[in-house]
Write a protein that binds this ligand. Sequence first.
Ligand code: CTP
Length: 432
Amino acid sequence: MTARRVLLIVSGGIAAYKSLELVRLLSKAGVGVTCVLTEGGARFVTALSLQALSGERVHTDLWSLTEESEMGHIELSRSADLVVVAPASADILARMAAGLASDLATTLLLATDTKVLVAPAMNVRMWTHPATVGNLAVLAARGVVAVGPDEGAMACNEYGPGRLAEPPAILAAILAQLDALPGGRARTGPARRGEAAAERAPAQGDPDGHGLAGRRALVTAGPTHEAIDPVRYFANRSSGRQGYAIASALAALGARVTLVSGPTSLPDPPGVAVRRVESAREMLAACEAALPADVAVCAAAVGDWRVADVATHKMKKTAGAAPPTLALVANPDILATLARPGEARPRLVVGFAAETQDLERSALAKRVRKGCDWIVANDVGAHTGTMGGESNAVLLVTAQGTESWERMPKREVARRLALRIAAALAAALPRR
Ligand code: CTP
């Protein structure tokens, strides 16, 4: 696979220091980074720091003749798979919206046909000013996607939206954009330059580029209960927490979510349509009834087998007789059924892999076997405390490779996954 490459423009603002962490995370994720530092940005971080972390020369000057002869500013942006502006100040957003080319960064942005992602950061009043709101709308209409800003305490002693999104969230949005590129992440510049603009799907985003308004999501969660007789059943240790958190996170981004849940003790997440079922077969029927959907996330721990003949009455012990033998038959595979090619297939199908050994290898194989787009793999060995617990450490397996997410609360796994889903849908897929 050709290495993925991002052109990172660091503009001015107190949050510029977070760009150093972003460069570190990108490098760790195997993404090459070329940095461009604006004059404002250089007041907060140095070219030397960015260079040390990216391992590449940092570009600052539009008029550098050496650069022109070595590379050229147009080539600089076109050789990247994605252009990222983080932090994106109110000023650079305004200049982008106006189409100015007053320095190296804005010249690159005007000259590029590469997808652009911005991570705005500014004072809350600047963020809510009609001028900025208008500029963001102009940029969104042109296909620029945005991540953040977050809400919180600001350097200027104010509170509200305007804080730069955290570097892991920006990384997640970048990876989602790279994932969504036609033919995977590797666009290699000059050879494919002509075809790139035509190939790339137009961005269909919300104004913030990451909302799920107008999207339909289907999530499965929890265990299934497979009846043995009217009072006994097979089950597993799934609590449903991860799936419920994903349903909530998707709803929080504006999706219309149907959660098909096996038996759990969890309350219905607000704003989510919940269908409660018991068995795998009921779960499949409820899922099929919930289609069409733009995305399906199968987080349920579905029982693989059911008893071939469920006893009509409670099975009784008979003195002296051997214990009964239960014949099992396979349950339908809900994930594989939803992922089957066809009109009803959600555009993005995400499965989970619960494993107790060989996590990555099993997950890679499972992704292919089930025909889904992504697999979120987790180690459910008893020592991890994942099943039934509050936190999770996952691998995200996509067509482009595997990412490892450190252990974090299930709510945070859900939030990140929802952001990735939103970005993938916004980047590549038209709304239903
Ligand atoms: N799954 C499903 N229907 C099934 C079994 C599994 O939809 N009958 C889904 C799960 O929701 C999960 C994925 O398939 O998204 C993988 O589940 P997992 O239990 O890890 O794998 P299995 O298919 O059961 O395979 P194995 O037990 O052999 O690892």
